[in-house]
Design a protein around this ligand. Structure first.
Ligand code: SAH
Ligand code: SF4
Ligand code: F3S
Length: 472
């Protein structure tokens, strides 16, 4: 048994990162069994889910969407806000019930919630029927933990460590068209509200040649798009023995010739001119940047530990807009951070009015146990925070629709990902600027980049029709 320890999780030393070969177990114990896997978090968590699916299939299992019919249940959790917790504990209610009639079902909880002390205490006390708790640092141990699970006692193995890098991880990828590729794990920014540096360990980059060969292999298998993943992609390479910058990695990935490259998430603090130059230079690096603002008030940004001011954010934003043709920029904003006044909130609205973002994810501050912001005095009533969120969302949705409307009548390349769920005469895909489009086009366009004439704009999507030319 190993339990999470937030004090340990906070520690950063200059201990060298170990680069290890990913261990894989296979066996026949679970042959013909069914697994149910549910993921709750960010893209990185989704990608971890693809690793978990591969582990489960190496043990002979196949995926099942029906919880009640499954033999192994894996919840891949997220800890970013309290509502992420609530969803998981809600699900556990159903599982508890299921375990009464089918006690042989194995339940495993992984992901960022497992890295939290309070959560593991709660699982131990109130959910003893959960068989396995594993964390973000030992996903590769899920297979061997499952093989041991018959012993019936709860097995909790969570490590609060800085972390290592595992290479050659097998993934059961959810798509055959677009793929996620990790470039840097962890986070050292310690924004005062955020749990991620505690749940994911320190910033540690994969070697450039490993990333490039993964992208090349994906391209050879017919993948059309890769998204480079990191909590902070522009911190890439600073920790490597031979320092490399994110701009150099981007350039190397662009030269593989894979048709589309995206990356998330960028931090406004160390986004260099060279990065902007490289994004502008290569046609296969998509003109789309997710650039979290969090707040437009310098006072709040300082309390958040974001390391930039409102004006620095705006300068970077305008530099991107002027140097990267046709770029679309989206953001994340938190309202109701402890001590946020009406005037702080208005500064955030001012930035929104100036940037006219293509889209944004907006959140009410959620105190995370163990983070500095959870201890800050917070006397704004929830109703007021909700009111601010509503006002903010009105402006965000307005500008999102405006940016969509500007595309109506234009022809734009769209990578088609699949058949539309609502209408079988339509397919859906994304523009280079990451806008969702439902397109009147035949199914043989799936997996291809096609020219689409945009016919209508909604707040969160576009409608269009195929404009004959198929690129590839
Ligand atoms: N690494 C990314 C963010 C990952 S978390 C970055 O630095 O931009 C995604 C978003 O969740 C954050 O951008 C933030 O807006 C939001 N978030 C994180 N912690 C939160 C909290 N405690 N309460 C509310 N929102 C939070
Ligand atoms: Fe969290 Fe800040 Fe790190 Fe993003 S940069 S993951 S918000 S600590
Ligand atoms: Fe959630 Fe962990 Fe991602 S907390 S947002 S799953 S890094």
């Amino acid at each position: 048994m190993n339990y999470p320890d937030l004090k340990k999780a906070r520690i950063r030393t200059d201990k060298e990162v170990e680069y290890k070969e990913n261990p894989m177990v296979s066996g026949t114990k679970f042959l013909e069994k069914k697994y149910f896997l549910r993921t709750y978090g960010c893209q990185m968590n989704e990608h971890d889910g693809e690793q978990m699916a591969s582990i489960l299939e190496h043990l002979g299992m196949s995926a099942c969407d029906d919880l009640e019919k499954s033999d192994v249940i894996v919840l891949n959790t997220c800890a970013i806000r309290e509502n992420a917790h609530d969803k998981v504990f809600g699900y556990l209610g159903r599982i508890k019930h299921l375990k009464k009639t089918r006690p042989d079902v194995i339940v495993a909880i992984g992901g960022c919630m497992s890295q939290e002390e309070g959560v593991v205490e709660n699982l131990k006390k109130h959910h003893p029927y959960v068989n396995i708790v594993f964390g973000t640092h030992n996903i590769h141990e899920l297979g061997s933990m499952l093989l041991d699970a018959a012993s019936e006692k709860q097995d909790i193995e969570v490590y609060s460590i800085e972390g290592d890098v595992y290479e050659h991880i097998p993934y059961k990828r959810a798509s055959e068209i677009t793929a996620w590729v990790n470039i840097i794990y962890g986070c050292d920014k310690f924004c005062t509200y955020c749990i991620v540096p505690y749940t994911r360990g320190k910033e540690r980059s994969r070697h450039l040649d490993e990333i490039v060969s993964e992208v090349e292999a994906l391209k050879n298998r017919g993948y059309m798009e890769v998204t480079l993943l990191g909590q902070n992609v522009n911190a890439y390479g600073h920790d490597l023995k031979e320092k490399v910058e994110f701009s150099e990695l981007l350039e190397a990935v662009a030269k593989t010739g894979i048709p589309r490259i995206r990356f998330v998430t960028s931090h406004p603090w160390n986004f260099t001119d060279k990065m902007i130059e490289v994004i502008a230079k290569y046609d296969n690096i998509m003109p789309y940047i997710h650039l979290p603002l969090q707040s437009g008030s310098d006072r709040i940004l300082k309390l958040m530990g974001r390391k930039y001011t409102k004006n620095e954010y705006l300068d970077l934003f305008h530099k991107m807009k002027s140097q990267i043709p046709n770029v679309s920029i989206t953001t994340d904003i938190i309202v109701g951070f402890p001590g946020e006044t009406e005037s702080d909130f208005e500064s955030t609205l001012e930035v929104v009015e100036e940037c006219k973002f293509d889209g944004a994810f907006t959140f009410i501050f959620s105190p995370r146990e163990g983070t500095p912001a959870a201890k800050m005095k917070d006397d704004t009533p929830l109703e007021e925070k909700e009111e601010r969120l509503k006002r903010l969302n009105e402006r965000i949705n307005f500008y999102s629709k405006e940016s969509n409307k500007r595309l109506v009548g234009h022809i734009t390349p769209v990578l088609v990902l699949g058949e539309s769920e609502k209408d079988s005469t339509k397919v859906y895909g994304y523009t280079d600027t990451m806008k969702l489009v439902n397109v009147k086009a035949p199914k043989n366009t799936i997996g291809k980049i096609i020219d689409v004439k945009i016919t209508d704009a909604k707040s969160f999507s576009l409608d269009g029709e195929i404009n004959e030319k198929i690129h590839s």
